[in-house]
Design a protein around this ligand. Structure first.
Ligand SMILES: [Cu+2]
Length: 265
């Protein structure tokens, strides 16, 4: 008799145990989703006004979709927020770090070389949220210059401020993880440069945009690199086409930026 009861009850016990654990797992999941800030929850209000001289004052207000400011950020690559500014024709590039005023508001001034359209790209990470990128096209008042065509480089060796920087890639194919390798030599002496200083917590910083300025690629410096002459970065191009790459390095407290235009098959 007792054996029959046990046989009857065992499946019931198992069922209820499963039910309970499923439920608590679901609850945990819901709690996690409700507190973690994901990119879709966040919007940026951009404001641009004239400041002193030729400068413009840029303001970014970072808000959740319900209008509540995001007011707590984690530092990534040594800064709370990274702002990239690129002209429509990709001829102008700037990478700056707006000051945090609190309550989701960031502010900085910038001198735009001409009027016209610019792309603003902000990288940041809300505390207890995902790293995210928010972008916008903005119109800057002022006289416009003829746009400079984006032309694929025949030669991927460029010299800026006496630093000769050669770019080599292990592949020019889309949808494939690949490595960008920069090799830096002194233009005057031909000697390898080995005194790169850490810049934003890495050997250097790389920004990649598609020719139309619409696609912004995430690029990671390979960790644990020294101070030159080689610097390695990993990325993946989402589709074939023309891309502009800007690499930034620091020597003797000075940052220099080297641009390249490549074609990915
Ligand atoms: Cu930055």
């Amino acid at each position: 008799m007792s054996r029959i009861l046990l046989v009857l009850f065992l499946p019931l016990l198992l069922l209820s145990a499963c039910g309970e654990s499923n439920e608590s797992w679901e609850n945990e999941k819901v709690a996690e989703v409700s507190t973690r800030i994901v990119a879709d929850d966040v919007k940026v209000e951009w404001k641009i006004e004239s400041a002193a001289g030729d400068e413009k004052r840029l303001q970014l207000k970072i808000l959740q979709n319900d209008g509540k400011p995001v007011d707590d950020f984690e530092i990534t690559h040594e800064k709370i927020l990274h702002l990239i500014i690129v002209s429509k024709d990709l001829s102008y590039f700037n990478h700056i770090h707006p000051e945090y005023k609190g309550n989701g508001l960031f502010e900085i001034t910038n001198e735009f070389p001409t009027g016209g359209q610019y792309k603003l790209i902000a990288d940041f990470k809300p505390s207890d949220g995902d790293s995210m990128t928010k972008m916008a096209w903005v119109d800057i008042e002022g006289s416009e210059k003829a746009s400079v065509p984006v032309v694929v480089d025949d030669d991927l060796v460029k010299t800026v401020d006496g630093n000769r920087v050669a770019l080599t890639m292990d592949s020019f194919k889309a949808n494939k993880e690949l490595t960008l390798k920069f090799t830096i030599t002194d233009e005057a002496t031909n000697q390898p440069i080995t005194d790169l200083e850490p810049y934003l917590g890495a050997i250097g910083h790389v920004v990649v945009l598609s020719e139309d300025g619409e696609r912004y690629l995430h690029v990671h410096a390979v960790e644990g690199q020294g101070s030159g002459p080689e610097a390695l970065f990993e990325t993946e191009f989402p589709k074939s086409g023309v891309y502009k790459i800007w690499v930034q390095f620091q020597r003797e407290s000075q940052v220099f930026t080297v641009p390249y235009v490549i074609k990915v098959e």
